[in-house]
Design a protein around this ligand. Structure first.
Ligand SMILES: *Cc1c(COP(=O)(O)O)cnc(C)c1O
Length: 412
């Protein structure tokens, strides 16, 4: 490890550099590439996921359950690992439910959210006995019909579309008109109807948004979430035994992003939780996180297959791109494309740096991995490593677009 050289810009903690080469979970990236063969790959460090959960728990009130939202990274080995670190899993399709159940987690520690659940989704959820997060009046009726058909009492919770917004969230999921959940003002009516059906009412789910780096905004959202839950509880004919307050904790992706200040968020949560618990002593409070738990533990690795200069600009053309990592290309909900942190994995420090554009092999100008980045001079066969890639990478990308080989996934 060279001590004089600065670390690659934006490299998250937990990776090390040995002999000018990036190591993931202690293994040089070129060795991982040799293991995989020709294809680009994702590599996830399970120890970093464990470490992230441990760090979060040093701040989070011990009474709050932590769930892993598996859509962030549903690789079965990752889900298995996360199931051992958290109190439960959140799923959003029948296939994700299958992965979650195969970990052996208690069905009552699995919740199933998502608008427009299919007949198969609901059948599977009812027969597994997981908590079904109702997203509409119609969905409540469909679950009630299944309950009558199967002579069972499925556990359900109501997803609330709050009457406030999470400020400065990367992706808003609540407030205003939304396809998610039931508007807060209509929830009392839905609760009255649930009380008359063969449904086991568990509680409420209030999720305001994703990828937030501002602690002030999260604190305000938590204040409003508990206040809304309190108002709805007062109007509910049944006790609230389960309250899912969502997640929303962000990670730094781009130059200038600062890591979230966890301490003020958790200090505030402790107060809100205590007040809530005093009124609802038997209620389980759940925080569900995807990105925050796994994103920094993963890298995406591809290889330079060509290099050229066009009108004064250098292009590194790789065998990976937006078909493997859509978010990296700036096309997964971003308003303006910014560069993820990137390094040349087998040549972390170079004698000279140059400004390059890194692009993929697809015939579209959208296939961008890095724009005007200053990196050590690289050539054909060098490895491009993209950090912050453990969430919303592999499964959030259009692998079939242009029919190149899909990437590999490794859990280390
Ligand atoms: C996507 C999603 C999450 C996870 O969001 P992250 O930003 O990855 O933490 C949590 N809850 C629900 C309902 C979701 O849809």
């Amino acid at each position: 490890m060279s001590h004089e050289a600065p670390l690659p810009a934006g490299m998250p903690p937990g990776f090390d550099i040995r002999g000018n080469e990036l190591c993931v979970a202690g293994t040089p990236v070129s060795e991982l590439a040799a293991r995989v063969g020709d294809r680009p790959f994702y590599a996830y460090d399970s120890a970093l996921m464990s470490e992230r959960v441990r760090f979060l728990r040093t701040h989070l009130p011990a009474e709050i359950d932590l769930h892993y939202a598996i859509k962030a990274n549903p690789m079965p080995a990752v889900v298995q690992h996360m199931s051992g670190l958290t109190e439960g899993l959140d799923v959003a399709s029948a296939a994700e439910l299958g992965v979650a159940l195969s970990t052996g987690v208690d069905p009552l520690d699995i919740s199933f959210a998502g608008p427009g659940k299919s007949a198969r989704d609901l059948e599977d959820a009812v027969s597994a006995g997981v908590i079904i997060i109702l997203e509409s009046f119609n969905e409540m009726e469909r679950v009630a019909a299944l309950a009558a058909k199967h002579h069972c009492q499925p556990p359900v919770a109501v997803r609330v579309n709050p009457d406030f917004e999470l400020k400065s969230s990367g992706m808003k999921m609540g407030g205003g008109p939304r396809p998610f959940g039931v508007d807060a003002e209509d929830v009392p009516e839905l609760l009255q109807r649930i009380a008359r059906e063969p449904l086991r009412f568990m509680g409420l789910h209030i999720f305001t948004g994703s990828q937030n780096l501002r602690h002030e905004a999260l604190i305000e959202a938590h204040d409003q979430t508990f206040a809304l839950a309190q108002r709805l509880a007062a109007e509910s004919p049944m006790p609230i035994q389960w309250l899912n307050i969502g997640g929303g904790l962000g990670i730094p992706y781009f130059p200038g992003d600062q890591p979230l200040a966890l301490e003020p968020v958790c200090d505030n949560l402790r107060q809100r939780f205590s007040a809530w618990q005093a009124a609802h002593p038997d209620c389980t409070v759940v925080m569900e996180l995807g990105r925050y738990l796994v994103a920094e533990a993963g890298v995406y690795v591809c290889r330079v297959s060509d290099r050229k200069t066009s009108r004064g600009q250098v292009y590194l053309i790789t065998n990976g791109g937006l078909h493997h990592h859509l978010a990296l290309s700036g096309n997964f909900g971003q308003v303006i494309r910014k560069n993820y942190p990137v390094c040349i994995g087998n040549r972390v420090h170079g004698d000279t740096e140059e400004v390059v554009n890194i692009v993929g092999p697809l015939c579209t100008p959208l296939d961008i991995l890095g724009q005007r980045m200053s990196l050590p001079v690289a050539g054909i066969d060098d490895l491009i490593v993209v950090f912050q890639s453990g969430a919303y990478g592999f499964t959030a990308s259009p692998h079939l677009f242009l029919s190149h080989p899909a990437p590999e996934e490794l859990l280390l």
